[in-house]
Ligand binder design. Structure first.
Ligand code: PLP
Length: 487
């Protein structure tokens, strides 16, 4: 911190002690009890290796691959590794596959949409078609790029879109059809083969968002699970993305976007020579790019190796099965989907059991799950992203779940004033004045400088009652209250 009371700067050890003190406020990134945000393989020594590799290349700039060939070499190796895993490369049906390293899944998806949009300059008002279960990053891409978003509903039981609905949503202005392998919310794989066929028949690009599961599905298949075709082996799939900072277990800041061939990738680039400085040629959104995340990902992949990933996926799948069994065995809970990848998602089916209180009770017992608000025909649910680090602790989850359910039953359900809930349900974003938001925040314990409360059930209950547009507006305001300069 640049501190007016400390113009002399601080010794390194003291600075690090300060950071460690701040970090103590965070959810535990290691230990296998956090089911979102982090991906931990619990491999001894891996963190230190990745951190050293990161430091080695942190000041290298990806802006110019001719100045820093080391970075180009590592990027090309990461792209080859991702392509090999996802059905591309020599000897496959996608021998000309090319790709880029981006900063994350969202950037990969924004670039997939941009590339598809810019490949069709003849279309004045481009559109993309996505299943409702597709990651919100597609909506962000559509918003940033001024592309219309056509959302196809998913069946509340299969959690997949009907192929006929996807076909019906494709219009002459459609530049991209997308699908997930698997979806984040429920971990189910869309019918990629059929969707890609629909897209190809219409002459439209098809992107597979394998950001979440692209590094586990091939290994799950090798372990004997019935993983349907989802990658470049599927005719009609023109691009696919996979995040290395998810199940490749690299530190944050690395995803790979692959295109079936260089012609398909061409519109991804941005080049600009019409100014007095260096000619800018960027394959991705950032121009200056740190080599740190790329080197760390490179080290991670080299160290773990194919056998390592197979073993980590084996452990993860064993943990998924144990967690799903714990849910099945607990009265009042129901799996939203039978696990087919590395997600366990469940809901409550008992009016005396409040889902958001249950999430808080699990948190109080050291198990950090992710609540998902209700959407269309889908009930609110609890999401668990399962990683290999969960395996050694997984037997403890069942008893904690039973205990948390009992506590939530005893305490609940959350009782917000009925007029507040009715207000949330009937509000429009325009009606949310700053005063109203401030009053709501105060009432929910999110007041100025308060930070996020330990217990979120009241906040989640209010958000759950509100339409999507009101949720968005409320959360923007609430997060805005958290993001204030630390004077
Ligand atoms: C399927 C899927 N796509 C895209 C993303 C966005 O990735 P990121 O958070 O790295 O931007 C995620 C993140 O969870 C995801 O699960």
């Amino acid at each position: 911190m640049i501190d007016e009371n400390r113009p002399d700067g601080m010794p390194a050890e003291q600075v690090l002690a300060e950071i460690r003190q701040l970090r103590a406020m965070d959810r535990p990134t290691h230990g296998g009890r956090l089911f979102a945000y982090v991906y931990d393989p619990a491999v001894p020594g891996l963190d230190a290796l990745a951190a050293t590799a990161y430091a080695e290349s942190a000041h290298v700039n990806g802006l110019d691959p001719t100045a820093f060939p080391s970075l180009l070499a590592m990027e090309n190796a990461l792209v080859a590794a991702a392509a090999r895993l996802l059905g591309g490369g020599p000897g496959t049906s996608a021998p000309e596959v090319v790709g880029s390293v981006t900063s994350g899944g969202t950037e990969s998806l924004i670039l997939a949409v941009k590339t598809a949009r810019d490949a069709r300059p003849d279309i004045a008002a481009p559109r993309i078609v996505v299943p409702a279960s597709a990651h919100a990053a597609f909506a962000k891409a559509a918003h940033y790029l001024r592309v219309a978003l056509d959302t196809v509903p998913v069946d509340p039981t299969t959690l997949r879109p009907a192929v006929a609905d996807v076909a019906a949503a494709v219009r002459p202005e459609t530049v991209l059809v997308a699908c997930s392998a698997p979806s984040y919310a429920h971990g189910v794989v869309d019918p990629v083969e059929q969707i890609a066929e629909v897209a190809a028949a219409a002459g439209v690009r098809c992107h597979v968002d394998a950001c979440f599961g692209g590094w586990t599905l091939p290994y799950l298949r090798r372990l004997g699970l019935p993983v349907p075709p989802f990658d470049l082996a599927v005719p009609g799939v023109t691009s696919i993305s996979v995040d290395l900072h998810k199940y490749a277990y690299a530190p944050k800041g690395v995803s790979v976007l692959l295109h079936r061939d260089p012609q398909l990738r061409a519109p991804q680039y941005f080049a600009y020579a019409d100014w007095p400085g260096y000619t800018m040629i960027n394959p991705v959104i950032s121009s200056t790019r740190s080599g740190g995340p790329i080197a760390a990902a490179y080290a991670t992949l080299r160290h773990l190796g194919d056998d390592g990933y197979l073993e980590l996926t084996r452990r993860t799948w064993a943990a998924v099965r144990t967690l799903a069994d714990a849910v099945r065995a607990t009265d009042g809970l129901r799996l939203v989907a039978e696990p087919e990848s590395t997600v366990v998602c469940f809901t409550v089916e008992d009016p005396t059991l409040d889902l958001f209180l249950l999430v808080d009770e699990l948190t109080a017992r050291g198990w950090h799950t992710q609540p998902q608000l209700r959407y269309a025909d889908l009930p609110a649910s609890v999401h668990l992203t399962v990683t290999a680090a969960v395996a050694p602790r997984v037997a403890e989850f069942g008893p904690a779940l039973v205990d948390a359910v009992a506590a939530a039953r005893a305490a609940g359900p959350v009782a917000l004033p009925p007029d507040l809930l009715a207000l949330a349900g009937s509000l429009t974003p325009e009606a949310l004045t700053p005063e109203l938001v401030a009053g709501l925040a105060e009432g929910l314990g999110l007041g100025d400088g308060a930070g996020a409360p330990d217990r979120m059930a009241a906040v989640n209950t209010l958000l759950d009652a509100a339409p999507a547009a009101v949720r968005e507006r409320l959360l923007v305001e609430f997060v805005g209250l958290l993001q204030r300069p630390a004077w």
